[in-house]
Design a protein around this ligand. Structure first.
Ligand SMILES: Cc1ncc(COP(=O)(O)O)c(C=O)c1O
Length: 415
C-alpha cells in the first residue's frame, strides 16, 4: 500500500468552520433590532429573543427543565458550584487530567479540589469517588473529555449514595450521549462552553442545565448580581433569598451565534461519527495498539480518536511519522495534568487567605504531586490523538486509516 505524503492536511475545525448563512442571519437580526442586551431592548414590553431562544432549544435538546446562558464555560462551572452552595471547607473531586478551569473554579469559590485518577476512558475512574470521598466532599466535577461520555451510571450511584452533587462538565462534549441520554442530563448540573475550539462555538460563551428549581434560581442569582428578573420568575417563581452574586450574563450577539451552532451540532456529530468509524474499521485490530475505552460506543461524538501504544518513545516515533504524512495527530485541548501546572505548584489563590491549601505544609502535599497519579501519568504519556473535523471527507478518513496501518507496521514492527 502506498501512502501519499503530499496529501493536504485537513482543516481541524468543528463549529468554527461551520459558520455560515444561519449565523449571519441571526447576528444581523440582533444588530438590526439594535438590542444587544438580553433582558431589555427598545421595547420594554418585549425582551430580546436570542438568549431566551437558545436556552429554550438547549433545554429541549438535552431534555432537562432549566437552561441558563452565561459568558463562558469557566463561568458556568463557577456558577454551578455557587448554585450548589459550595465554598470554604468543602472538597470537590475532579480528575487530575482536565482543563485548567475545572480546578481553578473550585479554588475561586474557596473550596478545595481533590484530584482523581483517570482510567482508559481518559475520564474519571468511578471507583475514585469511593477512594477520595470524605465527610467534606460536596461535589464531583465529571469531565466528559473530548467527545466521550464518562461512565455516568456507576458515577451517579457512588456520588448520590454519599449525598455528593454531580456537576457534569460537558464543555468538550456537547451532543454526546450515554445510554441514550445526552450528557448534562445525568448529573445535578451540566455545564457547557462555546469557546472557539468547541464543537459548537460563539467564540466565547457557556451554558448550564439542571432539573432542580432551587439550583436554577441560585444559578440565575449568581450569574446576574443576585437578582431574579421577571423573565426567570415566569419560568420558576422565586423561592430563594437574594445573595451577592457575580455578573456572568450572555449577550444577544453571542446567543445568536450559539443558537445557529446548536442547530448544526447533531449534523456535525453524525459526520464525525461516520468518519471515525471508517478509520476505526481499519485500525481496531492492530496488535499493540489499544483504543480508548468508550463507555457507550453508541453515543460518542467521534471528533478525536485516541489510542494507546507501548510507551512514550513509541508514541513520539508514531506521531512524527503521522505528522510527516500530514495526518493531524496532536491532542487538540491544551489539557495537562493539574499537578504539573504553576497554579498547583504555588498553591496560591488571588490572595493567600482564599487558598484552600494554606494549611498544607510542606506544599505540594500528597495528592498534588505527579507520583500520586501513576495511572494518569502512564496513560497520558502513551496516547496518540487523531482529529476528525467538519471539513474532513471520506477520502481523508481512508487516508488517515491507511496511514495509521502503515506507520504501525514501521514503528511497532507489526506488533
Ligand atoms: C473541560 C472544560 N471545562 C471548562 C472549559 C472552560 O470553558 P471556557 O473556555 O469557555 O471558559 C473548557 C474549555 O476550554 C473545557 O475544555
Amino acid at each position: 500500500m502506498s501512502v501519499n505524503p503530499l496529501r493536504p492536511r485537513p482543516v481541524q475545525g468543528l463549529g468554527a468552520v461551520a459558520i455560515g448563512a444561519e449565523e449571519e442571519r441571526l447576528v444581523l437580526d440582533v444588530l438590526r433590532r439594535k438590542e444587544l442586551f438580553r433582558y431589555y431592548g427598545m421595547n420594554p414590553a418585549q425582551p430580546p429573543p436570542m438568549a431566551a431562544e437558545l436556552e429554550k432549544e438547549f433545554r429541549a435538546w438535552v431534555e432537562v427543565d432549566y437552561a441558563l446562558a452565561v459568558s463562558s464555560g469557566t463561568a458556568a462551572l463557577e456558577v454551578a458550584l455557587a448554585a450548589a452552595g459550595i465554598g470554604p471547607g468543602d472538597e470537590v473531586i475532579v480528575t487530575a487530567w482536565s482543563w485548567i478551569s475545572c480546578f481553578t473554579a473550585i479554588v475561586r469559590v474557596g473550596a478545595r479540589p481533590v484530584l482523581a485518577e483517570i482510567d482508559e476512558t481518559l475520564n474519571l475512574a468511578p471507583q475514585e469517588i469511593v477512594r477520595l470521598a470524605t465527610p467534606r466532599t460536596r461535589a464531583v466535577i465529571v469531565v466528559h473529555y473530548q467527545g466521550v461520555a464518562a461512565a455516568m451510571e456507576p458515577i451517579m450511584q457512588e456520588a448520590h449514595r454519599r449525598g455528593i452533587y454531580v456537576i457534569e462538565d460537558c464543555a468538550q462534549s456537547a451532543g454526546v450521549t450515554y445510554r441514550g441520554r445526552r450528557v448534562g442530563s445525568w448529573g445535578d448540573i451540566g455545564t457547557f462552553s462555546f469557546q472557539n475550539n468547541k464543537v459548537m462555538t460563539a467564540g466565547e460563551g457557556g451554558l448550564l442545565v439542571m432539573r432542580d428549581h432551587r439550583l436554577y434560581e441560585r444559578a440565575v442569582r449568581q450569574h446576574d448580581l443576585g437578582s431574579y428578573r421577571p423573565y426567570h420568575a415566569a419560568i420558576a417563581p422565586a423561592q430563594e433569598p437574594a445573595f451577592a452574586g457575580g455578573q456572568y450574563r450572555m449577550s444577544e450577539l453571542t446567543a445568536a451565534v450559539a443558537l445557529a451552532q446548536l442547530r448544526k451540532c447533531d449534523a456535525m456529530k453524525a459526520h464525525c461519527r461516520r468518519l471515525s468509524r471508517r478509520v476505526l474499521a481499519k485500525i481496531a485490530a492492530l496488535p499493540g495498539l489499544t483504543l480508548r475505552r468508550v463507555p457507550d460506543p453508541d453515543g460518542d461524538f467521534g471528533f478525536e480518536l485516541y489510542f494507546f501504544l507501548r510507551d512514550a518513545e513509541q508514541v513520539a516515533a508514531f506521531r512524527a511519522d503521522l505528522d510527516a504524512r500530514n495526518v493531524n495527530c496532536g491532542q487538540r485541548t491544551g489539557t495537562y495534568p493539574h499537578y504539573g501546572r504553576d497554579y498547583v505548584k504555588t498553591g496560591r489563590a488571588q490572595v493567600p487567605a482564599l487558598s484552600p491549601f494554606r494549611e498544607f505544609k510542606p506544599w505540594p502535599a500528597p495528592g498534588y504531586r505527579a507520583e500520586d497519579f501513576p495511572r494518569t501519568e502512564e496513560l497520558t504519556q502513551r496516547f496518540v490523538a487523531i482529529g476528525i473535523g467538519w471539513l474532513y471527507t471520506d477520502e481523508d478518513a481512508d487516508y488517515i486509516g491507511d496511514a495509521i496501518v502503515d506507520v504501525h507496521a514501521r514503528v511497532c514492527g507489526g506488533a
